[in-house]
Design a protein around this ligand. Structure first.
Ligand SMILES: NC(=O)c1ccc[n+]([C@@H]2O[C@H](COP(=O)([O-])OP(=O)(O)OC[C@H]3O[C@@H](n4cnc5c(N)ncnc54)[C@H](OP(=O)(O)O)[C@@H]3O)[C@@H](O)[C@H]2O)c1
Length: 265
């Protein structure tokens, strides 16, 4: 997709990877619509990039209901949806706060899926669109202290594969982004629980992963949307791991070649 003048909605854009995505898409000529819980950082970034800020708590289903409609009524159709907002959860599963499971699952899984459900009909009416879901290698590797987070990301990754099968033949592109460690506030939280921190150290020591700067992630996502690529995986050394999980999905996709799809205009 050519990005010049296109409207790109980025959730979790007030800091971290989302902020870098906002800068990269604005730099590519897109008009950015930015969502996070609010605060000055979101407003000032939107102003700096000539975009628009929509403060919302995406863990609150009431605020997510009708969100795409409100954003489109205000500033026009969304051509690209980037489901980036996410939170970590680093603790022993049974010691986590009472509402942690629901909060993490809501923000990391249910809200991205709900925003896809809201945005796709308009994209179809207009004849095109692209969806990017920001997932994690944690959705493949299960480390101690990350059970809730990992499960939310595994669900998002598998949903994205299912969505891809659902929209086959329609003018909708999807990109699943599977990331290793990216230095941000979220990654820093993994130091809070010793078994998780030690596991990360072991994974680094074994050379299974390395840190990737968030600006590089953003550049690769822009490129993927431009070229219609279905995956971004960083660091590159995690690709074989991701392929182990992707192989049965791809196998199913190939074996279904020829199965008729619901045509959409
Ligand atoms: N960093 C990594 O190592 C890593 C690795 C793999 C995948 N990822 C994924 O990449 C995405 C971005 O992560 P990050 O590292 O950039 O995290 P981050 O630096 O902690 O930023 C998270 C963003 O999400 C927003 N957010 C948090 N709770 C929200 C809520 N309830 N409603 C709306 N927005 C909310 C935050 O803004 P407010 O606080 O202002 O709401 C912020 O803009 C996440 O989906 C994460 O799972 C990260």
């Amino acid at each position: 997709m050519e990005l010049q003048g296109k409207r790109v909605l980025i959730t979790g854009a007030s800091r971290g990877i989302g902020e870098s995505l906002a800068r990269a898409f604005a730099g590519a000529g897109a008009r950015v619509a930015l969502v996070a819980r609010g605060g000055d950082s979101l407003q000032s970034l939107a102003a700096e990039l000539g975009g628009t800020a929509y403060p919302a708590d995406l863990a609150d289903a009431a605020q997510v209901a009708g969100l795409i409609q409100r954003i489109e009524d205000d500033g026009g159709p969304i051509d690209v949806l980037i489901n980036n907002a996410g939170i970590g959860s680093t603790s022993s599963f049974i010691d986590a706060p009472d509402d942690e499971l629901r909060r993490v699952t809501e923000l990391n899984y249910l809200t991205p899926v709900e925003l896809c459900r809201q945005v796709i009909p308009g994209m179809l009416r207009r004849g095109g669109g692209h969806i990017v879901n920001m997932s994690s290698i944690a959705g493949i590797m299960a480390l101690p202290g990350l059970a809730t987070y990992s499960a939310s990301k595994a669900a998002l990754s598998h949903f994205t594969a299912g969505l891809r099968a659902d929209v086959r033949g329609w003018p909708i592109g999807t990109t699943l982004v599977e990331l290793g460690p990216i230095p941000t506030d979220l990654l820093a939280e993994s130091d809070n629980y010793e078994p998780t921190a030690k596991s990360f150290k072991r994974v680094y020591r074994l050379g299974l992963t390395v840190d990737t700067p968030r600006e590089r992630v953003a550049r690769q996502v822009v490129k993927a949307v431009r070229k219609g690529r279905r995956h971004v995986r960083l660091p590159r050394r995690s690709i074989p791991l991701a392929m182990l999980v992707e192989a049965p999905r791809r196998g199913a996709e190939l074996s279904l070649t020829g199965v008729p799809h619901q045509p959409r205009r």
